[in-house]
Design a protein around this ligand. Structure first.
Ligand code: PEP
Ligand code: MG
Length: 559
């Protein structure tokens, strides 16, 4: 018999690692099955079930996922959902179909807003409705019989946590994004996942085995022996790293001779805060707030924003949370701002530059940040992106003063700026005197210093933040901050999470490295292996090398 040829589907990497398993296709229950229970009884059973699942997660220290299930328990008891389903039953629908349809309608209203965070809430309603429908029909809970790669359109979090972890090898989804609940959950569970795999449900139907590579973002149908060997090697490497990194997460970020650097997390969604602290973050160094604005038809109001920021402040306990004012416009258009396409969006009306054109946007956000700190009973820090000069600092400080007048109970926030525009590097001595901290955005700073569009793949080689020009800029910013009365320097661009970049930044005297939590272990390991004087010498010498490649070569391989 001829061997089945393997076939590869490409999606978006959502959780690292690799695995091989039998395809297990998850389908929501089909309506029309005979009812065994009333909607009310089924809803109570569903609520009790998700509450118990939430409790199990909480006991295991997984507070963020537990909160998702707490919210679902409330949705199951929501009379509006049951009333809507009841009305459909009165007009002839079967109860299981009615609750699925009612859930669908509520989910659609969330999704119509076009916001990723609210769309995830919509997915939660759909998930709860499907669970109630399962109890109405008395159908069995989803169960894996052997080691499987779960394939689905979207995978509700309550289904993910119910599946036998020992048999759940990987997750392959048609839909979803890196910030969808399924992706967040699979990262925290350490299950490789790929999202955005067009056609995977249909393709998996006929496959005997699936190989999943969560680093590359691929799924291989019926992998051959060579692919199996490759994926096993990826999986072994991931397990080794994860075990070593988990131990390092709780160790403080310090050089071999004890020089401590603050290890902070970058997050882009309130749901990520809990996981960041569990992974060992000492602070949130960059809370990107675009999630609240992206894809919105209308501007999010002050209360809605304040609630999201307060959640992060609460999750942080006493640790600092730096909320970044929204960085939209230019290359990140939002419908409610109606910005015409620009010829050079990275040089366009972006971030703090929107203040003149949309006079309520930033005042509302700064008030929301202060209200969140009143609600959470502790101060927030705030920072503005794309600050170019002292006029932008004036604007920022005026915004803060006006918001403090409007929210007089709020504790004083620490106020900082991102340094990512070359003019701000040249003016760093002046700017440092006026703010509490500067956080260097090496992603934008590299593209602006080297005039290389960060979204153009052809220029990727020119986008390396280890370029001597970027290192000199960082050195200048650190020197300016040291000369100011009181100004700390952080780096929150990707360079901070690259072990080689982190070594140079510590050598350059940066106080805080803010990165995606998945980078903590590798950065910690690299920094702990070197002494401070060694890194100072390394960073000094790197500034006189001819290229980013030469700088990388001077550092050698970082384990
Ligand atoms: C940066 O530019 O380095 C940065 C952290 O901001 P963003 O990537 O959101 O532009
Ligand atoms: Mg930036």
């Amino acid at each position: 018999m001829a061997a089945v040829a393997e076939r590869e589907l490409r999606g978006t990497p959502a959780a690292p690692g690799a695995a091989i398993g039998a395809p297990w296709i998850h389908r929501p229950p089909s309506p029309g099955t005979t009812a065994r229970r009333s909607l009310g009884e089924a809803a109570s059973l569903a609520a009790a079930e998700v509450t118990a699942l939430g409790g199990r997660l909480r006991d295991g220290g997984r507070e963020a996922e537990a909160e998702i299930l707490d919210a679902q328990a409330m949705m199951a008891g929501d009379p509006a959902l049951l009333d809507a389903a009841g009305k459909l039953v009165s007009s002839g629908a079967d109860p299981a179909g009615a609750i699925v349809q009612a859930g669908e309608e509520v989910a659609a209203t969330f999704e119509a807003i076009g916001d990723e965070y609210l769309a995830a809430r919509g997915a939660d309603v759909r998930d709860v409705a499907a669970r109630i429908a399962r109890h109405v029909t008395g159908a069995a809970a989803p169960r894996l019989e052997r080691r499987s790669v779960v394939v689905a359109g979207d995978l509700p979090p309550s289904v993910t946590v119910e599946l036998d972890r020992a048999l759940l090898a990987g997750i392959a989804l048609e839909g979803g994004s890196r910030t969808s609940h399924a992706a967040i959950l699979s990262r925290s569970l350490g299950i490789p996942a790929v999202v955005g795999l067009v056609g995977v449900c249909a393709a998996a139907e006929g496959a005997a085995a699936l190989g999943i590579d969560g680093d590359a973002g691929t799924v291989v149908l019926d992998p051959d022996a060579a692919t199996v060997a490759r994926l096993e090697a990826v999986a072994a490497g991931t397990h080794e790293r994860a075990a070593a990194d988990a131990e390092l997460g709780s160790r403080e970020l310090a050089t071999a001779d004890g020089h401590h650097v603050t290890c902070a997390a970058n997050i882009g969604d309130p749901d990520e805060a809990e996981g960041a602290f569990a992974a060992g973050a000492e602070a949130i160094g960059l809370f990107r707030t675009e999630f609240a604005f992206a894809g919105r038809a209308t501007e999010p109001d002050e209360a809605e924003q304040a609630a999201a920021y307060a959640r992060v402040l609460r999750a942080a306990g006493d640790a600092e949370v730096v909320v970044r004012l929204v960085d939209i416009g230019g290359d990140k258009p939002v419908p409610f701002l109606s910005i015409a396409p620009e010829a050079n969006p990275f040089l366009g009306v972006r971030a703090i530059r929107l203040a003149a054109r949309h006079p309520q946007l930033l005042p509302t956000q700064v008030r929301a940040i202060l209200r969140a700190s009143v609600d959470a009973g502790r101060p927030a820090s705030l920072m503005a992106p794309m600050v170019a000069d002292e006029a932008d600092v004036d604007l920022l400080l005026d915004l803060v003063a006006a918001a403090r007048a409007a929210v007089p109970d709020a504790p004083a926030p620490r106020v900082g700026i991102m340094v990512e525009v070359p003019s701000a590097v040249l003016l760093a001595d002046r700017l440092a005197e006026r703010v509490d901290f500067m956080s260097i955005g090496t992603n934008d700073l590299t593209q602006y210093l080297l005039a290389a569009d960060r979204t153009n793949p052809e220029l990727a080689a020119r986008q390396d933040p280890l370029h001597p020009a970027v290192l000199r800029a960082v050195a200048g910013i650190v020197a300016a901050a040291r000369a100011a009365p009181s100004c700390e320097v952080a780096v929150c661009g990707e360079m901070a999470g690259d072990p080689a970049g982190a070594l140079l930044l510590v050598g350059l005297g940066v106080d805080e490295l803010s990165m995606e939590p998945r980078c903590f272990g590798a950065v910690n390991r690299a920094v702990a292996a070197r002494t401070r004087p060694d890194l100072v010498a390394l960073a000094e010498a790197a500034q006189s090398l001819p290229s980013a490649d030469a700088v990388r070569a001077s550092i050698g391989v970082v384990a």
